[in-house]
Every structure is written in structure tokens, then in C-alpha cells.
Design a protein around this ligand. Sequence first.
Ligand code: ZN
Length: 334
Amino acid sequence: MRFDLAKTKIQLMKPITHILVVIFMAMTTHLLQSQDKATIKALIVDGQNNHDQWPKTTVMLKNELEKTGLFSVDVVRTAYTWKGASFLKAYTIAGMPKTKALEKPKTDPDFSPDFSKYDVVISNFGWNAAPWPKTTQEAFEHYIKNGGGLVVFHAADNSFPNWKAYNQMIGLGGWGDRNEKDGPYVYYNDAGELIRDTSPGNGGAHGPQSEYQIQVRNFEHPITKGMPKFWMHTKDELYNSLRGPAENMEILATAYSDPNNKGTGRHEPALMTLSFGKGRIFHNIMGHADYSVSCIGFITSMLRGTEWAATGKVTQKIPENFPTANNSSAIKPQ
Ligand code: ZN
């Protein structure tokens, strides 16, 4: 009898356990699915940039991306860093392996992020960054060609002048001995015509830092849709005379480079999108320092540009406190 009773208990337990397991599995699947929907996997790469504040701007971007609830953000840094030593101490990233600050940029032979784990890569490398190892360059080209996303901002378009595929991805670049051999100057004239100018000359210049107005040129693109035609950017460098292959490139917004501020008198590309194979690239010339990265126009562009590069869509709204034609708007200093 005792044996039979135990058997009955086990038989009764079975359906209950089964039901509990099914409920648990359903809940876990639901949780995982909603997490999948909410999370775009982004990777910031950095480590060598002539802009001393780069460790800070990396942290600022990471924070802003994560605040949306749409992105999870990892940072992979070269083992050798260049510039930004004091900011590295103040703006640390949990779990970051130890790095070594050098007087001159040097290739980190072990820099090989697993790009395939991410939907989008954001570059915060800058002028004079040492080339990535050849195998990493090839892995990155493969990743973008097959549908990966890339976001470059400010001095990231100074990097890697001799890496052909990188220059195709960013479309336009500056400094690093870039000149007519690298491609045309591309800009809008006052008549609103898009000019591709192949005349000789160096690529990359800027006047003194100032606030400047961004003019949206494409209101249909998901990144700029809903932005006002003009919006005032906080203090920054306005890059001019960038040049590059500029293929498969669309200019979303420009900024007038004022001759009274050592500018060109041209409407210089400020926000661009490009394609490279199946990959999507967003290029933003802004972001020189923390006060530039604090601009709500800059942040909105970066958040939308990163989402678009990752997914081809933008679900984020233009915030209420977006800058207007004459007034810049910034988040609180961090
Ligand atoms: Zn700069």
C-alpha cells in the first residue's frame, strides 16, 4: 500500500510540475523576446585620438545610448592608448582590461573585436590613430559588407587615410595627407547645387570653434525626419574641405562655413549616410569636445544615426528640447 501511495503522489506531481515548467518557459521566452526587441547591440571602439577628451566622450555616448533603453553598449579599446591620459583616469569603464598610454600611437596587434556580435560599431578613434592590424581591417570590411552598421563622428573621419575600404565607408575625410588623390571636395553652393570639386588641394580644415547652424537637406530620411530645417549646434569645430571617394553617399544636412570665421563660403556636409555592400554608415562631423557632444541636436543625430545604421529604421522621436534655428540646447555638463 505504501508503495502505491507514493506512486499516486508522483503521478499527481507530474502534471503540476509540467504546468509549472511550461509557465516558466513561456515567461522566460517572453522576457528574452522583449529584451531582443529592445536591445540593439552597439560597440564603441576607441583608444587613440588627438582629442584629449575621447575617454569622456566615449562614456557620454555610451550613457546617452543606454538611456534610451534601445541599446546595450560595449567598449573595446586598443591596449596602447594615445592622448587623453587624465580623462582615462576620470572616465573608466567597468571590466575594461588595463591599457598602456604611449607618447606616440602604435598598432595594438591584439586589437580584434568580435564585430559579428554587434549590430553597429561606433568609432571614436581620431587623427593619427595607428592602423588596425590587417586581419582586423579585413574582418571589419567583411562585417560591414555583409550588413554591419558603422557610425563615425568628428575626428574618426581623420583616421586611417591609407585604408581604402575605410575611406569608402566614411565617404569624406580630412587631414592625414588627404588631397585630390583621395577624391573630390563635396559641398552645396549658395544656389543649392551639389558640387563635386576635383581641383587640387588638401582635405580637411576648420576655423575657430563657434556655435553654428545645421541646415537639414533631406527631410525624408529616418535620421533627419521631423527635425527643423535649421538648428543651432553648440560650440564645435566646423570641418570644411573634406574629401574622399564620396560614393553611395547621401548628404542629410550641411553647415555654412562662414568666411568671416575662416571658413570656405560653402555649405559643408555635416550629416551623411553611406552604404558599403549591405552595410549602413552614418557620418557626423560634429563632436569635438564635451560641450559639443552635449548638444541635444548632436545627441539626437547620434542616437537616431546609430539606430538607423544598426536596423535601417528609426523609432526615436525628436525631443521637446531640440535646438531651434537660433538657440542651441544642451544636456547638463557631466
Ligand atoms: Zn576637433
